[in-house]
Structure formats: C-alpha cells, structure tokens
Write a protein that binds this ligand. Structure first.
Ligand SMILES: [Ca+2]
Length: 323
C-alpha cells in the first residue's frame, strides 16, 4: 500500500476550536516520529469502560441497524457504492483493507495504538453494525508480528478502501455512533488516491471527535486539509452534538467540482468553495479519493487515556456513496 495512506492521520491535527475551550497546538505533520510508550500507569489492567446507555430495565434490542436497505436513489443521485455491514464477522475484504503501515515506526500525532490486520478483536460486524474497537492489551510479537518494543498497550483498527474503491464527487453518508471514552479519537475520512505527498493529495475529514474531556465527546469536527491549509491551519469547523456517543448520527459529505460541504443529519456546518484561479494547492479535490474509518487512542486530539480505559468502539451502521 502506498505510504500516503499512512500519512493521512497526521493531517488530523487541528487547532482547538470549541469543545471546552482548550486548544491543541499545531504540530508539524509527517515528521514520522514514533509514538511514545504509554506511561507506566496505563499498563495496569482494568475492566472495560462502558458507554452503554441502555437502562437495565429496558428491553434488549440489537444495535441500531436503522436502514439495512438503502434507497437506490437520493436527491437525484444514484447509489454507487455502499456497505451495510450486514454479514457478521470481519468486514468484507472486497471492500476494505487494513492499514498497519505505521505500526512498526509509530503512528503520527503521538497516538498510542497498534492497528490490527483483520483481527476480530478490533473490527467486527454484528447485527448490521461494524464495530471498530480499541482495547487495552499488551502489544507483543505474539499478537502483532510487527510489534516493536514493550510498552504499547492499545490495539485498534484502521479500515481503508484504498486499492479497492476510489471515487470523485458525490454524496457520502456514514451512519455512526462514537465512543464515549475519554482518550479516544474516532475518524471517518478520505484521502486522495493519486500519486503525491500529503497534504498535496488533499484530505476530507467527514467526522472527527476529540477525546480530551466530556465536552469534547459532545462535539464533532469536520475539516479539510490541502497544501494551502493543513494541520493546525486546516479548514475546520465544530458542531455541538450532545448525544454523539450514545446515538447514531448521519455524517455527510457533499462533494462537487466546485464545492465541498460537510455536515451531520442534514445540517451543513463546514463548507469550502473552489477558489477562483484554483490550483492543486488550494483545490486538490478534483481527483479520486478513498475512504478511511479508524479509532485512534490518545495523541494530540485523543488526549490522555484514563487508567480505567478498557475498551470502546466506534460503531458504523453503513457507508453509502451516491453520485
Ligand atoms: Ca447496517
């Protein structure tokens, strides 16, 4: 796989812009620095955190699988690619690959996770919902052939369509429920698949969420990165979404040849018009991109991982692309 698939998460560094008022200092992306080992306190085993919101007395229901049969047309567009996650087990290998490229050298932004390759512990489908799960476990050669040294304590997954599906322009909707645990940094996003270096290839972050405090877990981010604006200078916006980690929401991208709109549940909260006299520096979004779903731990947007963290998931009901 292209190394650019691995570089993208470096782009997810944003300036703080809400969610409690704290800020994240911009850092230089793509320096390739190894993530630091987790601190000693985080080595302690602990019970799983539980973001469950269903009272014990409530009827038992399967995870929300709101619409397992997607409309074939939507607002004049036609469904061209989708995954409803309707088959239990690992994700469909004809649609998704696993990005483990930076495990050995460390992921960007001081992130703490190792990404699993087709590991049910980290990516599994049940009752129509994909769970991308981060969990506390000791990373060793026994469970990760590319494990480096002792001291790494979290596994997770980063699913990509690179090499399997890319597209240009259209409407993307991803229905997802985010992890409540502090220290988690979920992302639903896209990267340019053309040859070139980040950020020249362009990055569209349909959804990110910081994990630095409870207010951050009630806020979502949408951001664009390109040569003219990237890292802490990305074109970003936030939206309050108090139940983002207890309810499914529809995260949406509308991408045309002259405008990008990012929103949730039908409300656009970040938009960017193709500039007059556009060039690749300020409009790299005229080339195909691929999709990514991942759950990072810690790092510049995830923040400190509480000692009590055991496991948590980003749940995805579907990914749909209309053109
Ligand atoms: Ca589904």
């Amino acid at each position: 796989m292209s190394r650019w698939a691995a570089l993208g998460l470096a782009a997810l560094v944003l300036q703080g812009c809400g969610g409690g008022g704290e800020s994240v200092a911009p850092i230089t992306p793509d320096t390739g620095q190894a993530a630091p080992p987790a601190d000693a306190a985080s080595q302690a085993s602990s019970p799983a955190s539980s973001p469950a919101s269903t009272p014990a007395s409530a009827p038992v229901t399967p995870p929300t699988d709101a619409a397992s049969t997607p409309p074939t047309t939507l607002n004049g567009r036609t469904l061209v690619w989708n995954d409803e996650f309707s088959t239990n087990g690992l994700p469909d290998s004809s649609k998704w690959a696993y990005d483990t490229y930076r495990n050995k050298d460390g992921w960007y932004n001081n992130e703490l996770q190792y990404y699993g390759n087709a590991r049910l512990q980290n990516s599994s489908i049940s009752d129509g919902v994909l769970s991308v799960t981060a969990l506390r476990e000791t990373i060793t050669k026994a469970n990760f052939s590319d494990a480096r040294t002792a001291g790494f304590s979290f596994s997770s997954a980063r699913l990509i369509t690179q090499g399997k599906y890319t597209f240009r322009y259209g409407f993307v909707e991803v229905r997802a429920k985010l992890p409540c645990s502090l220290g988690t940094w979920p992302a639903i996003w896209m990267l340019g698949s053309s040859a070139g270096t980040w950020p020249d290839i362009g990055e569209i972050d349909i959804l990110e969420q910081r994990g630095t405090n409870s207010a951050a877990k009630q806020t979502v981010l949408a951001t664009l990165h390109m040569r003219s604006n990237y890292g802490g200078d990305g074109i970003t916006a936030t939206r309050s979404l108090p139940d983002a980690c207890t309810a499914f929401h529809n995260y949406q991208l509308t991408w045309s040849d002259n405008k990008i709109e990012l929103g949730v549940d039908g409300t656009v909260f970040n938009s960017y018009n193709k500039p007059a006299g556009a060039n690749n520096n300020n409009w790299p979004f005229d080339k195909p991109q691929y999709l990514l779903l991942n759950l990072a731990m810690g790092g510049d947007l995830g923040g400190a991982v509480p000692a009590a963290f055991g496991r948590d998931s980003m749940q995805v009901d579907y990914v749909r692309v209309y053109q």
